[in-house]
Design a protein around this ligand. Structure first.
Ligand SMILES: Cc1cc2nc3c(=O)[nH]c(=O)nc-3n(C[C@H](O)[C@H](O)[C@H](O)COP(=O)(O)OP(=O)(O)OC[C@H]3O[C@@H](n4cnc5c(N)ncnc54)[C@H](O)[C@@H]3O)c2cc1C
Length: 410
């Protein structure tokens, strides 16, 4: 039997767990000698409520849509990621007879005149956007007022979902089909990571006591805590002729605001998602979510929180601004982890080709767009290394593998 440990139960860890299980089952269905795999998801939050209170993967809402970007490869990557995410959602909806994605469509406007100019240039160069471009008259019709923008995007496939529901359904799916092979250790913090000749030894802390656990392979999916874990364990991405390349990630605090909309104003809000340097959801149980504003530093100062709520409120007022009563506001703050080129960092790390340590991090502001796609790619690499070690895995030829490779110059 082989044991795989995944550190972190955010969208990276949970989607990887599901992809590993799905691929193991697919392989086993066609083999006489079944693969024997145990996968352990290790989460320091004491329970899901504890975890949900902090991590960005459990915000009350996430929005999925294509970015307007001059980086054609990034645009393609996001689009393929959204396709994979959509197919996962469709399968979960079918299995559990429930609704996960709210496919409202999304209206995307440039932040300002400077961004509008950039967008026009992007539209000229990338035909992907052509079918979704809308002009001023359509924008005015959608928003029922005169807008400053001359151009925008109507993305009919834009949708929102509850990330908590998505993650819990992924976990239910895993336990339904793989009950003995998957374990979830809550309230367990990984303190030390020791890479051995064969395998990885983790020192974990549960209820104030430390113990050691051995795994054949370990994946670090710890979001904004990844760099701290690397530094504490003096881990490097590895040499691979880049002599001791270190991991450089950036952390921002993001804030999402929830505005309770009194009954008399609800009819002024559209039933689609509005996006302008951040998003405004349609009404969800009597409230509108607007976000996200970001701070470069981690700071829970009430002045800063208030400033961000005002900023998010102003975005909502792009839709309706004639309230004559105070709107009740609450907020959610969490950390976002990014690499310098804003692309995820995913793959094997360490100095040796046969290293058993992997990273799945830096999902930035679109983790829910591309986590299932990346999980499928990484799971393919891990499963093939465990069960077909003699066959050289062709991951390097995968277009996205190059894009998110930890050894790229970031
Ligand atoms: C305000 C805000 C709004 C956002 N909106 C969107 C959106 O609309 N659409 C979208 O696609 N994305 C959005 N994102 C981005 C998205 O939320 C992230 O990309 C994604 O959640 C990152 O997931 P992750 O699994 O990498 O990390 P995390 O969600 O941070 O999960 C990491 C987990 O690892 C655990 N952990 C850490 N260290 C240890 C340890 N040593 N031992 C055990 N466990 C550990 C943590 O407790 C945590 O549960 C938003 C982000 C923010 C901050």
């Amino acid at each position: 039997m082989k044991r795989v440990g995944i550190i972190g139960s955010g969208v990276a860890g949970v989607t990887l767990l599901k992809a590993l299980v799905d691929q193991t089952l697919a392989k086993n269905s066609s083999k006489r000698n079944k693969l024997n795999l145990e996968i352990v998801l290790i989460e320091r939050g004491r329970n899901f409520f504890d975890t949900f209170a902090e991590s960005p993967s459990s915000n009350p809402v996430v929005v999925i849509h294509n970015p307007v970007t001059s980086r054609a490869e990034y645009q393609y990557f996001c689009n393929e990621g959204i396709k994979t995410m959509s197919s996962w959602i469709a399968s979960l909806e079918e299995k559990f007879k429930t609704k996960v994605a709210h496919k409202t469509g999304l209206l995307h406007l440039p932040k300002n005149i400077h961004e509008q100019k950039k967008w026009q240039d992007i539209f000229d160069k990338n035909s992907f956007y052509q079918q979704n471009i809308v002009g001023k008259s359509v924008l005015n019709k959608y928003l029922k007022k005169n807008t400053n923008s001359d151009v925008g995007i109507w993305d009919p496939n834009g949708f929102w979902l509850s990330p908590r529901k998505f993650l819990l359904l992924c976990l239910r799916d895993v336990t339904r089909v793989f009950n003995k092979g998957a374990k979830i250790l809550m309230g367990t913090e990984v303190r030390k990571i020791k890479v051995l000749e064969k395998g990885v030894l983790l020192t974990v802390r549960t209820s104030d006591s430390d113990s050691e656990v051995f795994f054949d392979k370990v994946i670090i999916a710890t979001g904004s805590k990844t760099e701290e874990l690397f530094n504490r364990n003096s881990l490097y991405l590895g040499k691979k002729d880049y002599s001791g390349k270190t991991l450089k990630l950036f952390t921002n605090s993001g804030q999402l605001s929830r505005f309770t909309i009194p009954e008399e104003y609800r009819r002024f809000f559209p039933d689609f998602i509005f996006c302008k340097g951040g998003y405004v959801t349609p009404l969800i149980k009597g409230a509108i979510y607007s976000g996200s504003s970001y701070d470069k530093i981690k700071n829970e100062d009430s002045f800063l929180i208030d400033k961000n709520n005002k900023y998010n409120y102003a975005r909502m007022c792009d839709i309706y601004d004639k309230f004559n009563t105070n709107i009740d506001v609450s907020y959610y703050r969490s950390e976002r982890c990014t690499s310098s080129d804003k692309l995820p960092v995913v793959g094997k790390i360490g100095n040796r080709l046969e290293s058993n340590l992997y990273i799945f991090s830096a999902l930035a502001s679109r983790g829910f767009s591309y986590s299932p796609l990346l999980a499928e790619i990484l799971a393919g690499e891990i499963i093939s290394e465990i069960f077909d070690p003699s066959v050289k895995y062709e991951a390097a030829s995968n277009r996205f593998n190059q894009l998110v490779n930890p050894f790229r110059p970031v």
